[in-house]
Design a binder for this molecule. Structure first.
Ligand code: SAH
Length: 254
């Protein structure tokens, strides 16, 4: 008998962002797999073993969970945010593609979650009100020139850009390079939003401009939104400004 593998999005951190579907799927699982800090967000339950692993161990984690599910168990892998956005759902698909035929018989269920980009946008207004894209700045899984090409295309195409994985100890220079690259296409006054640890106790949101955006202000828990030429701020007395991108398209001016 083949079991089920649920790949569950936990949202950005706040429990209220966990969907009822995700809560049910966590409850129904015989065993939980995931990156340790994500598993820590799920309450422990007697009789439900958990198998934490490191954040670079996506392939091993996927294989172990697939093997377990192929034996007939109801297995869950947890992911921060949405499991389909730079996360475990694609890792699992990759292992199914490469793996034994029996893994194709596993019932795979992807349970969506609120991705970081949407949580950050909601904090500041409506920066994603018109066309946008998401780019992971990690060059662990793709060469840097590919990222540069995408930055040029996104900025010159008039997209609002969300940066996931902006910086890490092993990747200290990429974010600064990315801002410099975008300044070739975009005005220095282009709004930029840093959203850090959204939904967690140490949440912080900063609104700045592209020429003032400092890579040192970001860490691995930060998502960055860079506006399009249409993105603007609405100043408000005694309140943070609203950042928004109007819904109607104008000429591409970048
Ligand atoms: N699947 C996740 C993204 C994984 S990539 C999702 O859908 O959100 C990891 C990156 O996501 C981090 O480097 C950061 O850029 C972003 N991120 C994840 N959680 C975040 C949070 N609570 N606040 C801000 N950014 C977050």
């Amino acid at each position: 008998m083949s079991g089920r593998l649920s790949i569950i999005g936990l949202g950005p951190g706040d429990d209220r962002y966990l969907t009822p579907e995700a809560r049910d799927a966590l409850e129904a699982a015989d065993a939980l797999y995931g990156y340790g800090p994500y598993l820590d967000r799920v309450p422990e339950r007697e009789g439900q073993p958990r198998y934490p692993s490191g954040n670079r161990e996506e392939r091993k984690r996927s294989e172990a969970a697939l093997r377990h599910a192929a034996d007939g168990a109801q297995v869950a892998i947890v992911s921060g945010g949405d499991p389909g956005v730079f996360a475990m759902a694609a890792a699992v698909c990759g292992e199914i593609e490469r793996g034994p035929e029996t893994w194709r018989a596993v019932d795979v269920v992807v349970v969506p979650g609120i991705t970081a980009m949407l949580a950050v946008a909601a904090r500041v207004g409506a920066p994603l009100g018109h066309d946008f894209c998401a780019i992971s700045l990690s060059d662990n899984l793709k060469p840097w020139p590919v990222i540069e090409k995408r930055l040029d295309a996104a900025a010159s195409g008039g997209f609002v850009i969300a940066f996931y994985n902006p910086i890490s100890v092993a990747r200290p220079w990429q974010l600064g390079e990315a801002f410099a690259r975008l300044l070739r296409h975009l005005a220095p006054s282009t709004p930029v939003v840093f959203g850090r640890a959204i939904g967690r106790a140490d949440e912080a949101v900063t609104i700045t401009t592209l020429d003032q955006a400092a890579a040192t202000k970001a860490d691995m828990a930060t998502l960055i939104l860079v506006g399009s030429p249409q993105t603007r701020l609405i100043a408000r007395e005694g309140r943070a400004p609203l950042v928004y991108t109007p819904r109607e398209a104008a000429e591409v001016t970048a």
